[in-house]
Design a protein around this ligand. Sequence first.
Ligand code: PDD
Length: 289
Amino acid sequence: MSLNIYLNGEYLPKEQATISVFDRGFLFGDGVYEVIPVYAGKLFRFDQHIERLNNSLAAILIKPPLLLEEWRGIAEQLTAQLPGRDQSLYLQVTRGSGHDREHAIPRDIEPNLLAMTRLQGSPDEKIKSHGVSVVTLDDDRWKHCNIKAITLLPNLLAKHRAKQEHADEAILIRDGKAHEGAASNLFMVKDGLLITPPKSDMLLPGITRDLVLELARHSGTAHCEADIHADDLEEADEIWITSSSKEIAPVISLNGNPVGDGQPGPIWKNFNALFDACKERLRIEGECR
Ligand code: PDD
């Protein structure tokens, strides 16, 4: 079944959803995006995703093109094409199409808005039962990693290098500190304490990360936001990576060495169950606070 795509006010079959080659996202990567999980047709933490989108837009000097409720209308129309199904909803705003390839930001330009959805099963059961492997790599991204920019070349190359080293994800190290993965946030557990790096310009403020911290508060799990040094990772009892598509994934191997006993750890098991319960509340009650 071919799903319609939203493009600049219209719902179109994907073959008809086309855009100018002068789109500044296409030419310069001049835009921002969101990936929003949808469970049983219900939008997961939609308001928080739109708030982050608006923060990204403000950071690159684009006025919010739509109100929260307008975005919600689009999201609901698109996701209704797959009623009751788990999906991944993608939103993208670029600065718009100029008349030429010009670095300077044009004054009178309307953003290009794209939204599309696709079926998304829960992360592979294999990830949950076996865990994932990571390698540490130099973080050679810019210094505004809090902006969810579509300009993802360093992230893509890091992921590619990780794959070449037979790992699932790269953990990016800058000035000796591990900030996040190429497409995920980072948590570690040491002696029962759950640690994640504090929000800063060096990492994306993940919506899944926020939820994990909320679950830690509600479950009374000892936790803190503190720097994680590359060496700390080697001593970790557990490492997790989190994202909208991976949820909470247990890391069982770091640079080819086992993390803890090389199995998904007990604290991860507890949080994975809490996360599943949260998804179930969303499916049944329509909310997951
Ligand atoms: N990426 N850090 C980076 C660099 C990311 O790209 C992502 C997510 C995250 C986790 O954020 P969240 O929990 O809000 O998904 C952290 C998405 C899924 C992507 O680019 O497809």
